[in-house]
Design a protein around this ligand. Structure first.
Ligand code: HEM
Length: 467
């Protein structure tokens, strides 16, 4: 009986709608936090100040900081700098241009990748300044396209790593044991042969999924660069050459290329269901290193706890890879393969797969909750910031979707898993194969929810945390 491949049109449409809703919500909110300006916007001062100071909540990339001050009689100063001892502020010298309205404009990017831009005015020895007219190329925040770019990169980087690792840890290990059976049971060898004989169309499905994830990774990078460059006023070379964001972008591109090369080489040596030795780890490596670059160039890498924060953020990303990448591996390879087997083989191999995946999923969820809680406490100044800030709201949406995933996962862990295990061990009626079908349906929904969690994460990363 040819196993029916899981249809993705329905879930695909739901996913697109979900992404559209998230982008619509994220766009206006993706602007950077309000800077501290001295003299303040619309202030009146007695004398011409030496400098204007524009401070951001985060350290600023010196290579991208630009600003200007225009005097009431047309004098212009573009002498802007970021002080070593004041890394969160742009200082702009003010031209001596007499009493009247001075117009200020600035643009730049913080070290964790947030573009910012703005204008202000102040008046010298006159009652009130007239409206701002100065402008410096650049935008305040990277906007909705940056959210889509980040989502694609997260899906690609973490999905590829998890898809490869869990094929080794879960499927190959379950296959090599001959499935789960009562002690002393025979037939393991025959099951391995039958499963291997049926596996190739689903191994092809696994490779197709790997290439799709790699394409998402590259598409995300291809979108991220022009969006970020536009947000910093078209300074492509400074963005790529002088910033942490740029270094991470180049690193991720090199890793994507390495991933494609490795996949192309390994494709011809695919061992089928058998353990691959190092091959699948080599395929997973670019994704694992990509997760390190995402954390190194993200919010976790700034602030007093940068080292610990980054390490925990990396662990958070890797746990996501194991759980979500594992769900995709079940969806495109393990579940269709099981559906192609007879009911006895399905229960025996299915039980072994479910037992192993449950272990991976439980460890991943525990790591996600511990590291996520630390990261949340590091980024949120107060509990109320959860519902009073855009960043907090994005985290709340993420946690709500995570809660639904946990309910589904608990159903698998405490209902389907023990039923399959007891049946495979001969402790319950033989045919529990509908448990495998129920699991396949749950996995489809969990993968969709996983993408929704990553979409909320992409919004969090593009927003400036309220710290
Ligand atoms: C108690 C549950 C969780 C909490 C409190 C939490 C909290 C956080 C926080 C605060 C960040 C930092 C975002 C930033 O850089 O500003 C983060 C990042 C992230 N979270 Fe979670 N999280 C949780 C569960 C999850 C789950 C279940 C997943 C996926 C299934 C997930 C996936 C991610 C990913 C991929 C990142 C890294 C984003 C990046 O650096 O690019 N998290 N999480």
């Amino acid at each position: 009986m040819a196993a029916r491949r899981p249809g993705i049109r329905g879930p695909g449409i739901v996913l697109l709608l979900l992404a559209a809703v998230i982008v619509m919500c994220a766009g206006p909110a993706a602007a950077a936090a309000d800077p501290m300006i001295t003299p303040a916007d619309r202030a009146s001062v007695a004398a011409v100040p030496g400098v204007v100071r524009v401070a951001q909540p985060e350290p600023i990339e010196t290579g991208l900081a630009r600003a200007e001050v225009r005097g009431p009689r047309g004098a212009v100063s573009r002498a802007a700098s970021v002080g070593v001892d004041d890394p969160q502020a742009i200082l702009i010298a003010v031209p001596r241009d007499g009493p009247g309205t001075y117009r200020v404009a600035w643009a730049g990017m913080t070290v964790d990748g947030h573009p910012f831009a703005g204008t202000s005015v102040f008046a010298v020895r006159t009652a009130s300044p007239v409206a701002a007219q100065a402008q410096v190329p650049g935008s305040d925040g990277a906007g909705p396209l940056a959210v889509i770019a980040r989502l694609l990169v997260l899906i690609g980087v973490l999905g590829m790593a998890g898809l490869a690792l869990t094929r080794e840890w879960v499927l190959s290990r379950a296959w090599v044991t001959g499935g789960l059976a009562p002690p002393g049971a025979t037939g393991g060898e025959a099951l391995r042969d039958r499963a291997a004989a049926n596996a190739s169309p689903y191994v092809i499905g696994w490779w197709r999924a790997l290439w799709v994830l790699l394409a998402a990774w590259v598409a995300g990078l291809a979108l991220a660069l022009p969006v970020q460059a536009a947000a910093v006023g078209g300074q492509w070379s400074a963005l790529l050459g002088d910033t942490r964001w740029g270094a991470a972008w180049i690193g991720l591109l090199v890793l994507a290329a390495a991933g494609a090369l490795v996949a192309a080489v390994v494709r011809g040596r695919d061992p089928g269901l058998a353990p691959s030795g190092a091959l699948l780890y080599i395929i997973a490596l670019p994704g694992l290193l990509g997760a390190v670059l995402l954390s190194w160039s993200g919010h976790a890498a700034r602030g007093t706890d940068a080292t610990l924060g980054t390490a925990l953020d990396i662990a958070h990303g890797w746990a996501t890879a194991a759980w979500l990448g594992g769900l995709v591996m079940l969806l495109v390879l393990a579940m269709p393969l099981l559906a192609a087997l007879g009911s006895v083989d399905r229960v025996r191999l299915g039980a072994a797969i479910v037992v192993r995946f449950s272990t991976v999923a439980v460890i991943a969820v525990v790591v996600l909750v511990i590291t996520g809680t630390y990261r949340a406490l590091a980024e949120l100044p107060s509990l109320s910031a959860l519902w009073s800030t855009d960043y907090g709201l994005a985290l709340l949406v993420k946690l709500a979707v995570f809660a639904v995933m946990l309910v589904l996962a608990a159903g698998n862990r405490f209902v389907i898993h023990p039923r399959l295990e007891r049946s495979a061990l001969g402790l319950a009626p033989a045919d529990a194969s509908d448990g495998v079908r129920a699991l396949a349906a749950s996995v489809r929904v969990e993968v969709l929810l996983g993408v929704a969690v990553l979409a909320a994460v992409a919004v969090m990363v593009v927003l400036m945390p309220p710290t």
